[in-house]
Design a protein around this ligand. Structure first.
Ligand SMILES: [Zn+2]
Length: 315
């Protein structure tokens, strides 16, 4: 009889464990909803592309022939966001409530904890209406990463360290080009201002995620100017070959980049990827990412130098 006793307790033990896991994971219900949706999409994937005769107007082959050579589609961009919320917990809740209609693949807390909420192969709803280059459906082609941040504060070191690790995995797994690590404000200049101007884009670019400019080349840039034609008939003509040129020691010789008169900032922004339909918004987004101070819709000469060098890199 003793041997039968534990059997009676097994269902109760299961019930207890079940309750314990429910209470320890407040997302047990939404995780179940996730799995149910994945199952439904898997069903779509299992469907062979066969239609009944006469179902459409295509003149089809005599039988369905499936190829043997394929794999899953891959993301080719990473879009970085700040949550503009007060805690990771708040964001996790937002992304598990169907009525919000927003989500991201990853949420990274201020403490560096990474929540991988959605398979990289599925489409998160993080980009909204946006454009980068000629790509308009960024949600279909990108991974969305949300950084827990109230929208104004600097990003925590633990958070950036974790972000860099996630980016390294994504770059390696999916072969994402360095230039395709961008911000939400880059793809939606008229609507979005994330990540905020304290975001370390330069540090990311140095690690291979995103682009930056050669700061020395920018410092040594000058704008091409028009030299007015010489028309002073009273002046004495001097043989320029007779005037000795000053000889500078090699250390003081600097390579100077000349920005041509034909340089067009609007065209440069478009080549980099910005949607320039609203030029002021595009300039603001450019400054938020690459200048990170005085973020407004006006380009100073220094901003134009940065823009010129980024444009040259994008050609
Ligand atoms: Zn965003």
């Amino acid at each position: 009889m003793k041997g039968t006793r534990p059997l009676k307790f097994i269902p109760m033990l299961g019930l207890f464990l079940g309750l314990a896991s429910c209470s320890s994971n407040p997302y047990a219900t939404t995780n179940k909803a996730y799995k149910k949706q994945v199952k439904a999409y898997a069903k779509t994937l299992r469907t062979t592309p066969v239609v009944n005769p006469g179902e459409d107007s295509l003149m089809r082959g005599d039988q369905w022939v499936g190829t043997t050579n394929f794999n899953l589609r891959k993301p080719n961009y990473v879009v970085i966001h700040h949550t503009a919320q007060n805690s990771t917990e708040q964001t996790l809740k937002t992304f598990t409530m169907p009525k919000t209609q927003v989500s991201a693949h990853y949420v990274i807390g201020r403490d560096g904890k990474v929540y991988h909420m959605l398979s990289d192969y599925l489409r998160a709803w993080h980009g909204g209406t946006g454009k980068w280059g000629n790509t308009t459906d960024l949600n279909s082609s990108s991974i969305g990463i949300e950084l827990d941040n109230n929208g104004y504060e600097p990003f925590a070191e633990e958070q950036i360290n974790s972000l860099l690790k996630v980016l390294a995995i994504l770059k390696k797994t999916h072969g994402i080009p360095a230039a395709n690590f961008i911000g939400h404000s880059d793809i939606a200049p008229s609507r979005k201002v994330d990540p905020n101007p304290t975001f370390p884009w330069k540090r990311l670019a140095e690690a291979g995620f995103g682009t930056w400019y050669n700061e020395e080349a920018v410092r040594n840039s000058v704008f091409e100017t028009i030299i007015p034609p010489y028309n002073d008939s009273t002046a004495t003509v001097v043989d320029s070959a007779a005037i000795p040129l000053p000889v500078l020691p090699p250390s003081t010789v600097v390579a100077v980049d000349t920005i041509p008169l034909s340089f067009q900032p609007k065209e440069a922004l478009r080549i980099i990827g910005y949607d320039v339909q609203n030029l002021e918004a595009a300039i603001k987004a450019f400054k938020l990412h690459f200048i990170q101070k005085e973020v407004n819709g006006v380009l100073t000469d220094d901003d134009k130098k940065v823009l010129y060098h980024l444009y040259k890199k994008s050609l």
